[in-house]
Write a protein of this length. Sequence first.
Length: 337
Amino acid sequence: MSTHAAVLTGLGGYLPPRTVTNEELSDRLDTSDEWIRKRTGIRQRHVVDPGVATGDLAVEAGHRALKSAGAQGWNAVDMVVVATTTPDHPLPGTAPNVAARLGLGPVAALDVQAGCSGFVYALATATAALAAGHAEGVLVIGAEVFSNVLNPADRTTAVIFGDGAGAIVLRAGDRDEPGAVLGVDLGSDGTGLELATIPGGGARQRASGRQPRPDEGYVQMNGKEIFLQAVRRMAASSSAVLGKVGWSVDQIDHVVGHQANLRILHSLAQQLGVDKRRVVSHIESAGNTSAASIPLALADAAARSRFRPHDRLLLTAFGAGLTWGSAALTWPQTTLV
Ligand code: COA
């Protein structure tokens, strides 16, 4: 087996300064702080000010991750992957402009669209490029201005999602180094397309020949079904990646799941047989930031010194598509945040 692996060398998160509390949402929607906290674990979410787009958040998080990577940052990164559901434009992708604004020069740059699983898919893209020798250093960013696609009148989505960006830097290295990404599992089930979708604005809607209704530009989801599928798919994908890297459940130090709902994270822990105390969460203060949620949770936990060198981390995500994915990695020797 090849000894090559992608190794984590940089990490950064960025949340826009403005917060929206549950109380503020309760003023304009038929909901309450108590309902939102009890059913989702969310207390507040961050929302951009007018004029701020996904690329702006991606640049902030990317800058922090490159800075934290030190010598492995600006000089070593030759590829940028941005995972987002809320790109700056339908064309071009968000990544080339982010790379240019970060001063990275003529590097490879592409977007990955896999809903809330986007960060794990982008991580897999980066590790594959490093293993194949197509890149020597990759900046992987998850960034969202999800508030753009929320129907202000829909209480089921408006209370959950928030804006933010998180980023990591990976370099080519060896499997036995702390910080190595040791395995990835990815999957999809496109028959679940309708469970979470923005129906308007794409080729399918234009091909229908009719004008989109205003609400078709907003995310629509079947929360109950997504909840059940998220737990089932993340648990199966987690088991698959653990099998690939030969770790038992007891050997996992931290589960960093997509931050969709605290009850989903706790149900996942129960299904896997992992103690809830090993579940990493920042959902209380940031809500569901879609493709940004895993790197933001990593940055938040790292800033609290929660991870120690050589700790074993399981990342797992589920999102629209339907898509899911998991990754197993160890924590690096250096302090990243
Ligand atoms: N405030 C108050 N009541 C609400 C509410 C809100 N924000 N949202 C829904 N309700 C109501 C429902 O209308 C329903 O009322 P009823 O019993 O009178 O019909 C009741 O609460 C229960 O609704 P239900 O949908 O069963 O709630 P839930 O416990 O499943 O929680 C979600 C709803 C959306 C929070 C939850 O399903 C969820 O998190 N799903 C996953 C979403 C996700 O991960 N999305 C991202 C990946 S694409």
